[in-house]
Design a protein. Sequence first.
Lengths: 168, 168
Amino acid sequence: MKLGDGVEQAIHSVALLAGLRADRVLAAAALAEFHGVSQSYLLKHLQALSNAGILATVPGPNGGYKLATSAAKITLLDIVLAVEGTAPAFRCAEIRRRGPNPLPAVATIRPCEINAAMLKAERAWRNELAKVTIADVLSSVAANDRDGFIDARVCAFLELRERHQPAP
Amino acid sequence: MKLGDGVEQAIHSVALLAGLRADRVLAAAALAEFHGVSQSYLLKHLQALSNAGILATVPGPNGGYKLATSAAKITLLDIVLAVEGTAPAFRCAEIRRRGPNPLPAVATIRPCEINAAMLKAERAWRNELAKVTIADVLSSVAANDRDGFIDARVCAFLELRERHQPAP
C-alpha cells in the first residue's frame, strides 16, 4: 500500500499557505519552487485541493492560491481524501461470488467479514488523520523550531514571493 | 490509496486453506479455480505468503499449499504486510530539504511533524488489522452462515480438490 507523493506535497503546500497574510496569495510556481517539486505535477494536486474547498484560487496575472478556510479547520484527512480520492484502500471485489460454485446472492447480502474487518481498520486510520489539523502541525513545528530555522526559511520565502491582492 | 487485489485473494486463500484437514494440501490451481482468479497472479501472492511463513509448500506432483501455523496465529496484518510489503503507506521524501533554500541538516534531525502524524495514523490502522486473526474471521463467518451455504460451498470443494499427503 502506498500513498502517492502528491499527499506529501499537498500537505506541505497547505502548511506553507497557512503562513500567508490575509490579503496575499502564492503562485503555483512559487509553491513548486519552495518545495523543489515539479510544477505540473503539483498543479494537479493544487486543483484537487481547490475542488475539495481547501484552497481558494485567485485568478489573474497577480493571482495564486490561498487557504479557503482556517488552518484549524483543515485536517490531514481532508487533504488525503482530496488528493487520493474517497474510496477505501481495500476494495472488495466480492470474490465469494466467483468461481465454478459461487455463493448464491442470498448468502452475500451480509457484507463479507473480511471486507468488514478491513473497513474497520480504515476507519481507525481515517479517525487518526481527522484528529490532526494543519494548525496542529504548525503549532507542533513551531514548538520544536528551537533555532528558528523553519520559521526563518518560510518568512524569507514568503517575503520574496507572496503576492498582494488589492481589495476589490 | 489503494491496496492491490492480491490482498483480497490472499486473505480468502488463507481462509480456505484453514479448512483443510491436517494431512491435506490444495494446489494453486484449485485455489485459483475456487476464487475465480488468475492462477499466475495468485501464485505470486501465494509465494509471498510462503516467504512470510504464513503458508507451507509441499512439493511434488501431489503437492500444494497448507497453513504453516494455526489460523488463530495469522492476523490480517500478517497477510497484508506479506503481500504489500512492510513499508508504510506514507513515505516521507523529506521535501523540507529541497528547493532553493532547504532546511539545514541540524533542523531536520527531528522527524517532520507531518510524517510523524501520518505514521501515527498508520499504526492505528495496523493495530486494528493485527487484532483480527483468520480464526476470528472464520468464526464470524460461521456464526452468520445461517443456511449453511458458505460451509457447504467450502466442504464440497475441499472434498473434491484437496490432496492427501501420506506420512513421510
